[in-house]
Design a protein around this ligand. Sequence first.
Ligand code: XMP
Length: 312
Amino acid sequence: MKFDPEGFINEKISWLKKEIGNEIAFAATSGGVDSTVCAVLAHRAVGKRVIVGFLDDGLMREGEPDEVVGRLGRMGLNAKLYCVADPFFEALKGLTDPEEKRKAFRETFHRTLSHLAKEEGARFLVQGTIAADVVETKRGVKSQHNVLDQIGISPFREYGFRVLEPLVDLYKPEVREVGKRLGLPREVFQRRPFPGPALSVRVLGEVTPAKVSTVRKATKIVEEETADLKCFQAFAVLMNDMATGVEGGRRKFGEIVVVRAVDSKDAMTATVTRMPWERLEKIRNRILEDIPSVVKVLYDITPKPPSTIEYI
Ligand code: XMP
């Protein structure tokens, strides 16, 4: 049966109205299509009684916190920015195992939300979990930050709030349709996905402020140089290993950055974007120029499966 965005919107607005009643809700929003669609549905249901919170966890892209909160505010939402980087770096300190890092992020994210929601008097958390997040987490591929109930973690028992997930049965293309029908700006409903744990999943090994700063610079370059390309996601990853380089005839041991760009419909499978060679050279030149600690820039040519889109 063909998906009916209008019917879906009406159904979810009534459901959110009924669930939230006269209470206050908190919608944690990254500015991505899933969480923004969710926040707008909640806003249509209960108006300013939904606080649309952006958590600046220190892992976001350059300029992202102000840019996203500004846009949410211009959309008429009750948007607020919370600066909460310290607990995230503290929780990630010393961790190198991918799943341990993901779980540390998830735990800190929900503890922080719980604290903020309590301060704001909110008992409900409106969350943009979609079907792909649940499927991949339940299959054990990787623990996505926004999947709790479905794997036996009660948000109410653990964190003291009830989670409402209006998009949990949809995949990305349908969420985009809903976003379009809601009249969101094109830059929101067509936005490339960005993972909830942000740049922490794009630093292999221990996540430190210095490494996040390096991958943030590389990400900006890749995103700028691929802005006009039709692809599902394009990003940079910082490897944990170092490689030998040479500068001015002398040995230079430096960092390795991987550039990855993929085409996909719903993130469940992906093929590699056939990036024009000149574009890759430009990205390489800019990364080497702007980030002197890097001695190698690689392009990842692996589809999903057997790879996943992100690195951890
Ligand atoms: P993978 O790496 O599993 O990614 O092929 C599939 C899609 O999900 C995004 N991703 C996440 N999104 N929380 C999210 O909200 C997460 O923990 C998470 N991990 C991966 C990834 O960017 C891709 O679009």
